[in-house]
Write a protein that binds this ligand. Structure first.
Ligand code: ATP
Ligand code: MG
Length: 367
């Protein structure tokens, strides 16, 4: 049975169209820019069409995917998500398609994958642009034929999954660089939904702030309010991390018990524009007047400081998603891991006393 289109689904489409299913989770997205997207979601939710969600990090791609699932006839079945950037190729293959006992070292028992678990439901493949080429071929096969085999197995397993893919990567460029299969691109991109960044739908900001404020006040047992001048600063700010950054800003206001710190930080950013990466004061402070001064060393030190600040900012912005950060910084994943060590940045895993696997420090330094 083909995955996305078959006669029964078309019959269902007409039954479920006509506003019977309303999109959930997007009630706060009331801006003019989001209205066509809400309309489109209402139209496509009930179909089995594959969807490609695009937009910057934190714009709400997953929220939209969940809204589509909830508005679809599959709502009573599973909605599952797999982050294609979070796992190396072999593990990702097993996560998606499952494996048989003994398929690889450590495969002690048979394990079904997400395609089996999400049968008759919806599967979100997040960061699809990071999927290795070999797996892209296998995914294309599943999309075309609606069947696959577990890793290390021969049995053909049929699947009926509604697939939603999301990315903030420029897939067209990836395609030209032969990093993304053209046939898969066209197969996924039946309907494309581009979610605009928050700075293009500023009228949603006050409603979102109120929503997060209520949520965090209740969560932390507080009664913090955000005054109108702070709200004005929030509306003006460009929110590079989009709704996720706004959510975190409101959370900080509630946790700190005052709006002042966050207000000042954002107002300062608005006032001064892009921040210089390193100050000359930081460099001159390291110069001893009694010693020879090597301009080369100063330049090297300044470059290292600038790198450290930039890498830290980008990693924080993407919540330490290293694959995403490497892409934004336009360096390889390995080079980023090396630089994290070189710059002495403390990873979230280290903060919690966990040695990250499989990218432990030794491995990074050795590579
Ligand atoms: N319409 C919305 N209403 C309430 N919260 C929202 C909305 N859109 C996004 N959020 C919140 O913003 C955060 C980021 O949303 P989401 O994870 O869907 O973004 P994303 O585009 O998938 O990000 P990434 O590219 O980093 O995966 C989440 O905590 C989510 O709950
Ligand atoms: Mg996401």
């Amino acid at each position: 049975m083909a995955l996305s289109v078959h006669l029964r689904s078309y019959v269902c489409d007409f039954i479920f169209l006509g506003g019977l299913y309303m999109s959930e989770g997007l009630d706060l997205c009331s801006s003019a820019k989001m209205q066509p997207i809400r309309d489109l979601i209402a139209k496509v939710a009930a179909t089995n069409t594959t969807l490609l969600l695009r937009g910057e990090s934190g714009v709400g791609k997953e929220v939209v995917a969940r809204a589509i699932h909830k508005a679809s006839p599959r709502a009573h079945r599973q909605f599952l998500k797999v982050n294609c950037a979070a796992l190396p190729g072999e593990l990702l293959e097993s996560e998606l398609f499952g494996h048989e006992k003994g398929a690889f070292t450590g495969a002690y028992r048979q394990k079904p994958g997400k395609f089996e678990a999400a049968d008759q439901g919806t599967l979100l493949l997040d960061e699809i642009g990071e999927m290795p080429l070999r797996l892209q071929a296998k995914l294309l096969h599943v999309l075309q034929d609606g069947e696959f085999s577990r890793v290390g197995g021969e049995k053909i397993i049929g699947t009926d999954v509604r697939l939603i893919a999301s990315t903030n990567r420029d897939l067209e460029t990836a395609m030209r660089a032969h990093q993304f299969r053209e046939d898969l691109y066209y197969r996924l991109n039946v309907i494309e939904i581009r979610i605009p960044p928050l700075r293009e739908r500023r009228e949603e900001i006050p409603v979102l702030v109120d929503h997060f404020l209520t949520q965090f006040n209740s969560q932390y047992g507080r009664k913090i309010e955000i005054p109108s001048e702070t709200m004005r600063v929030f509306v003006e700010y460009h929110w590079p991390g989009n709704i996720r950054e706004l959510e975190n800003a409101v959370k900080r206001v509630v946790v700190l018990g005052t709006h002042r710190t966050v207000h000042q930080e954002i107002a300062a950013t608005l006032g001064r524009g892009p921040r210089p990466a390193v100050t000359t004061a930081a460099v001159t402070a390291t110069i001893n007047p009694e010693q020879m001064i090597s301009l080369k060393d100063i330049a090297r030190q300044a470059a290292r400081d600038a790198e450290r600040v930039a890498i830290k900012e980008v990693l924080d912005r993407v919540h330490w998603n290293r694959a995403k950060a490497a892409r934004l910084l336009q360096i390889s994943y390995k080079a980023l891991l090396y630089k994290i060590v070189q710059c002495g940045l403390v990873t979230p895993e280290e903060k919690q006393g966990i040695v990250p696997e499989p990218m432990s420090r030794n491995e990074v330094v050795a590579s």
